[in-house]
Design a protein around this ligand. Structure first.
Ligand SMILES: Nc1ncnc2c1ncn2[C@@H]1O[C@H](COP(=O)(O)OP(=O)(O)OP(=O)(O)O)[C@@H](O)[C@H]1O
Ligand SMILES: [Mg+2]
Length: 318
């Protein structure tokens, strides 16, 4: 173990196509390239990070192996679900594979609650207790990974439903990936509020690690202005100084099912992602990642940001 404790980091944003999976997979590869052990947990029924790391969810089912859906439906510990593609990343990246069945998990769990109401006549309070336990199932399952990996990275689907909630309940840190476009920036206020709500209601240990700007055009003045405005609005402590540059290499990697570190012509982009992970680790050395309890920016900053809205950012974006 390179960190004192396993760090569970969720990449969350209800906005679709804002770079959650690309940045998560690149971060996983960058951590592995620096010798950190990583487990990627895919809560998205689209299974993009699962596929990108070379795991086929249907093959898992054919081999009678578990997927993450079993963590929710049958309380299977994630350590029993994780697979390690030994031929990639020197075996340093494991995957808890997603499956399309994840999309029906919430309905199936709710059906159980109603079944108990109809057949056993359980009380409203008991129903709420059950729902509460369902929200904590992922967290309970991921407990089995603590102490086994340096970092656990959770990919999330593009909506604020049950799967996203359970991922935020399970994490220590939240990274919010965003692209420099108007729609993406509007989405920031919603996800920031959601993180705060989950922190208050279910997971006081959840901290915002930072907003991560991806698909960033280094030649565009507008993109630079958006980064500056984000830093001003969120404070630099809540925005990664490293941005992920716009490059067709990322799309090529997505198409080929490889990480940016495995792309033969993407040395510059891989170095960019390595710099991001270095920033995460350096911030960690200043107090994060196990050294103190609430080391990054502190939740009072998040509350200030929410109170003051995001007008500057929206103005820059026109
Ligand atoms: N830095 C970048 N430069 C160019 N293209 C990028 C960059 N980062 C991501 N992309 C591309 O943008 C698209 C969306 O990215 P990605 O799949 O990571 O988003 P997502 O938030 O995970 O989407 P979803 O919400 O559907 O899960 C992909 O085709 C990806 O290759
Ligand atoms: Mg995705």
């Amino acid at each position: 173990m390179k960190f004192r404790e396993t760090q569970v980091i969720v990449f969350a944003n209800q906005k679709g196509g804002c770079g959650k999976t690309s940045s998560l997979v690149s971060t996983a590869a960058a951590f592995a390239a620096s010798g950190y052990s990583v487990c990627v947990v895919d809560t998205d029924p689209q299974c993009d990070s699962t596929g990108n790391l070379g795991v086929d969810p249907d093959a898992m089912i054919r081999q009678r192996r578990y997927t993450l859906a079993d963590a929710y439906l049958s309380k299977v510990p994630a350590a029993q679900i994780a697979v390690t593609p030994e031929d990639r990343f020197g075996g340093l990246i494991s995957v808890v594979p997603g499956h399309r069945a994840l999309s029906s998990v919430e309905i199936r769990l709710e059906r159980e609650v109603f079944g108990l109401l109809v057949h056993n006549g359980i009380s409203e309070d008991s129903m709420e207790e059950l729902r509460h336990e369902h929200r904590f199932r992922l967290r309970a399952s991921l407990d089995s990974l603590r102490g086994r990996f340096d970092v656990v990275l959770i990919d999330t689907p593009p909506n604020l439903g049950f799967l996203m909630t359970s991922a935020l309940v399970a994490a220590d840190w939240c990274v919010i990936p965003t692209f420099p476009s108007g729609y993406d920036l509007k989405a920031l206020q919603v996800i920031t509020r959601t993180v705060e709500k989950i922190r208050k209601s279910y997971n006081p240990g959840l901290s915002l690690a930072g907003v991560l700007l991806g698909n960033y055009d280094r030649k565009a003045i507008l993109d630079k202005e958006i980064h500056v405005a984000l830093c001003k609005r969120f404070t630099p402590a809540l925005v990664f100084a490293t941005t992920i540059g716009r490059s067709v290499r990322f799309r090529e990697s997505t198409e080929r099912g490889i990480t940016i570190f495995e792309h033969p012509d993407a040395k510059e982009q891989a170095a960019n992602c390595a710099a991001l992970v270095k920033e995460m680790i350096n911030r960690g050395a200043k107090g994060a990642f196990g050294a103190t309890l609430n080391p990054f920016p502190g939740t009072e900053l998040v509350e200030q940001v929410i109170d003051s809205g995001l007008e500057d950012v929206e103005t820059v974006n026109g």
